[in-house]
Design a protein around this ligand. Structure first.
Ligand SMILES: *[C@@H]1O[C@H](CO)[C@@H](O)[C@H](O)[C@H]1NC(C)=O
Length: 515
């Protein structure tokens, strides 16, 4: 009887999570950042959920149970993004990058919330809100608006707001920061560096991003109608992060901080467009993929470096596919094909691809790894340097800074990667390691989203430590209290001793007198 009853409950629970209305919102201008979350949305739509996805990049084809809501960035934002793409490959300027982040994260998020598209959605009802994190946690106000649970997805590796949202420890003693991924953290110097990285991250996030985000939140979700910004952040049910311990190292994780690294990698690659397929099929000596991803623009590589790169390519017997954001490439060698947008993972999955020249964004590195393709890394900003160092350490990549690219350097790196079997063998082993999981990244993500739906936000996953402030979370208040107690006890003992000592001294002096 009990068994029957519990299985009915389970059935009802599962049935009730079937066909939920899920709102995804990821107003990020970087297409590759949005892609993994779109894969999850599509999978959920396939399982019968009613999915709405707000982004700048709707799918080309209609997907069943899936509604795309397209956001147009204002001209100002588009301009900043374009300039940012130039900045990255030309000469990275941290101040300009900060300004760009301000535009593409805060302003774009703020504009999105005020767009007529999102205003319209706010008259509907949803059972769950899933936001793509990009310094825009003010979007979580939408979950408060619909009075439903929320899930946050982050497409890169761990940064402090992702951990702190659910109260996960940053663990600077053993978990490398996103900007120093290759750090082994075995020496004191390495640990000091990692500790400082975490502090800088926290100070910037807390002092710049936090207040800005809060202001945007309060503008769009006024305090008389909505819960406070802090409360809404603390109510996040689950954080999905696009990492896996085989790439970013083991670290302590709470049960509601779940790694789904490789979400964008389909179990079976899709067929390539005809021109790409023919070009790769006919590459008898193999082919190389050259791509700096969707943010950094290859067309802005300084001209002298462009010439060097093309000259080296022209000397190869392999074919080269280049992501190039223009219809023309002056001096393009015959063995090179250019394309403005590439189905990168599907290209990497082609058996004739022998090497990948990449800027080492997190997505590209994972795609190279899971397809067993060695990388020549030309990193620019953010986590790219750390990612490159890490895969060099793993033994399946060579790092060359763009400033160091000469005909000789690039040719040597290519020869080494193409001819020394060490790189290919190592990356094949790494690919096997990355795929050996109880469930695929896609199934893991779907499972946890439905778990949150089944258990009405799964409040039992909420870690009490998440609600504490900095002093409490680091037990500083407890340590101070213990010291205070020890001090007080010590004082009392001293007082008592002093008292006894005084009395005995008095007593003995009296005795002395009498003698
Ligand atoms: C958000 O947008 C509104 C309306 O355009 C504007 O008044 C407000 O200053 C913006 N908030 C921030 C912090 O940029």
């Amino acid at each position: 009887m009990y068994v029957k009853f519990s299985s009915i409950i389970l059935f009802l629970a599962i049935a009730s999570s079937e066909c939920s209305r899920i709102l995804f919102i990821h107003p990020c201008i970087s297409r590759s950042t949005v892609l993994p979350l779109q894969v999850l949305a599509k999978d959920l739509a396939k399982k019968g959920h009613d999915v709405t996805f707000v982004s700048l990049y709707p799918f080309d084809k209609k997907v069943e149970n899936y509604r795309d809501i397209k956001i147009e960035p204002s001209e100002e934002i588009a301009k900043f993004y374009e300039e940012g793409g130039k900045n990255v490959v030309d000469k990275p300027n941290p101040l300009k990058m900060m300004k760009m982040f301000d535009k593409v994260a805060f302003q774009l998020g703020n504009e999105t919330l005020q767009s007529k598209e999102v205003r319209g959605l706010m008259n509907e009802q949803f059972d769950l809100v899933i936001t793509g994190y990009f310094l825009n946690d003010f979007l979580l106000g939408l979950a408060d608006h619909f009075k439903c649970p929320s899930i946050v997805f982050f497409s890169a590796s761990f940064v402090s707001p992702i951990n702190l949202m659910v109260g996960n420890p940053l663990s600077p003693e053993g978990a490398p920061h996103i900007f120093s991924q290759s750090n082994e953290l075995s020496t004191l110097t390495q640990r000091v560096k990692n500790f400082l990285m975490n502090i800088i991250d926290r100070v910037i996030i807390k002092n710049v991003a936090y207040y800005k985000s809060k202001k945007i939140y309060e503008f769009n979700f006024p305090p008389d109608k909505y819960r406070s910004y802090d409360e809404v952040i603390r109510s996040v049910s689950l954080v999905l992060v696009n990492t896996h311990f085989t790439s970013s190292g083991p670290r302590p994780l709470l049960p509601n901080l779940v790694e789904v690294g490789g979400l964008q990698i389909k179990p079976n690659p899709s067929p390539l467009p005809e021109d790409l397929k023919t070009f790769l099929d006919d590459a008898k000596d193999g082919a190389i993929l050259f791509s700096f991803g969707s943010n950094a623009k290859s067309i802005y590589i300084p001209e002298d470096k462009q010439k060097i790169i093309l000259k080296v390519f022209s000397k190869l017997k392999q074919r080269v596919i280049m992501k190039w954001e223009s219809d023309v490439l002056p001096g393009k060698p015959d063995n090179v094909m250019i394309s403005k947008w590439l189905p990168q993972n599907d290209v990497l999955a082609h058996p004739n691809i022998k090497a990948f020249i990449s800027h080492c964004g997190y997505g590209g590195v994972i795609e190279g790894k899971s397809n067993g393709v060695p990388i020549i890394g030309i990193p620019f900003v953010g986590d790219q340097n750390g990612n490159a160092d890490k895969i060099v350490e793993e033994g399946w990549a060579i790092k060359v800074q763009l400033a160091d690219v000469t005909e000789e350097n690039l040719m040597n790196a290519l020869k080494e990667i193409l001819n020394n079997p060490k790189y290919r063998d190592t990356v094949k082993k790494q690919a096997f390691l990355a795929k050996d999981r109880p469930m695929s990244a896609q199934d893991t993500a779907v499972y946890w989203v439905e778990y949150v739906l089944r258990h009405n936000g799964a409040p039992h996953l909420h870690y009490p430590g998440a609600d504490l402030n900095f002093f409490q979370a680091n037990s500083i208040d407890v340590i101070l209290f213990i010291f205070a107690v020890i001090y007080a006890v010590f004082k009392v003992i001293k007082l008592i001793c002093g008292f006894i000592f005084c009395r005995s001294k008095k007593g003995s002096s009296k005795k002395l007198k009498r003698n």
